[in-house]
Write a protein that binds this ligand. Structure first.
Ligand code: SF4
Length: 141
């Protein structure tokens, strides 16, 4: 089997820039699985229906967080996530998204965009593949 370009792992540690919680072109939407909506509703002490009507929009079968006119996520407050413990899978799995994990995209887009790349803890190939799978699964939930 062909070896993956990240076979030796990748360092990543969030630097708290909040950049991934602000509009970032094609990465601008925060999509929510059903489980994400349930967990966020619970943390905010709302019913699923209340949470969805207050904070979500829907396109086809996909829900995403409303952002209003702001380029920032509605839950970002002074670079802190107000729903951190129940943050969406998409936020937990950043930057190891399926669409990020080719060498060219990683080098040209992700590592230039995210100040946490190549810092701190080393994620092994196995851990990265698990995170990528977690994100893939959330997209079909
Ligand atoms: S939910 Fe939290 S972690 Fe996700 S984009 Fe919004 S502020 Fe950032």
């Amino acid at each position: 089997m062909k070896k993956k370009w990240y076979k030796d792992g990748i360092q990543f540690e969030c630097q708290g820039s909040g950049k991934c919680c602000s509009s970032r072109g094609e990465y601008g939407f925060v999509y929510l699985s059903n489980k994400d909506r349930q967990q966020m509703a619970k943390q905010l002490k709302l019913s699923l229906h209340e949470f969805t009507s207050k904070y979500c929009s829907q396109e086809d079968d996909y829900y995403y967080l409303n952002s209003g006119d702001s380029p920032e996520c509605i839950f970002l407050n002074k670079n802190q996530c107000e729903v951190y413990a129940a943050r969406p899978t998409q936020c937990k799995t950043w930057p190891f998204w399926p669409e990020s994990m080719n060498a060219k995209t990683w080098k040209n887009e992700i590592s230039n965009f995210c100040p946490g790349v190549n810092k701190g803890r080393l994620y092994s190939q196995k851990e990265i593949d698990q995170i990528v799978n977690e994100q893939l699964l959330s997209e079909i939930e």
